[in-house]
Design a protein around this ligand. Structure first.
Ligand SMILES: Cc1cc2nc3c(=O)[nH]c(=O)nc-3n(C[C@H](O)[C@H](O)[C@H](O)COP(=O)(O)O)c2cc1C
Ligand SMILES: Nc1ncnc2c1ncn2[C@@H]1O[C@H](COP(=O)(O)OP(=O)(O)OP(=O)(O)O)[C@@H](O)[C@H]1O
Length: 146
């Protein structure tokens, strides 16, 4: 049984997330997803959707066998519990494959790190969906005569 782990914030779901999860699942027999904690999303604006709701959505997706919230302090703790054969990185995740592999080995985790390709479509990005919502709804509000 080959176990794969995928990770991410998954704020507002889109086809890029589905591509990442489907491709990750294809690498093994079982896909576990670690959803980033609200407190750990510091590299971009805070997620619109709270962590429990992001987790619920991910759990409901077809390629996903199991999902959990990440650890607030130690990103390797859930990995130690799951003991995956493969950890996938999305095309725009800011982790270096080699450095991550080394850090995993230092923690005694024997997992291969695999980078998944990107899915390129204008709305295959949570932040671009947010930008579009702001642009479309703000325009409506401004043109309202009242
Ligand atoms: C191997 C691995 C384990 C992770 N474990 C956790 C974790 O336990 N808790 C957490 O909040 N984020 C964890 N993350 C980080 C997030 O899931 C996510 O990848 C990171 O916040 C970048 O987010 P984005 O690519 O979705 O923007 C982990 C990432 C990787 C690569
Ligand atoms: N268009 C895409 N194609 C393939 N993988 C993607 C795509 N968008 C996101 N992913 C992957 O899905 C996982 C979760 O991504 P994340 O929640 O950061 O979404 P995002 O749309 O990239 O967010 P943002 O636009 O706010 O940066 C990450 O591993 C990421 O690389």
């Amino acid at each position: 049984m080959k176990c794969v782990v995928a990770t991410g914030t998954f704020d507002i779901l889109h086809p890029g997330h589905i591509h990442y999860l489907e491709e990750s699942r294809r690498l093994g027999d079982e896909l576990h997803v670690i959803v980033a904690r609200d407190v750990n999303v510091r590299h971009k604006p805070q997620p619109i959707v709270p962590e429990e709701q992001r987790l619920r959505m991910i759990r409901a997706l077809k390629p996903v066998d199991d999902a959990r919230l990440g650890d607030p302090h130690d990103m390797f703790r859930p990995i130690e519990e799951i003991r995956p054969d493969i950890i996938t990185l999305g095309f725009n995740q800011h982790f270096n494959e080699e450095q991550l592999g080394q850090a995993l080995a230092e923690r005694g985790i024997d997992a291969r790190v695999v980078r998944i390709t990107g899915y390129h479509e204008p709305l295959a990005s949570s932040s671009r969906i947010v930008e579009r919502i702001l642009a479309m709804r703000t325009d409506t509000a401004c043109s309202d005569p009242d």
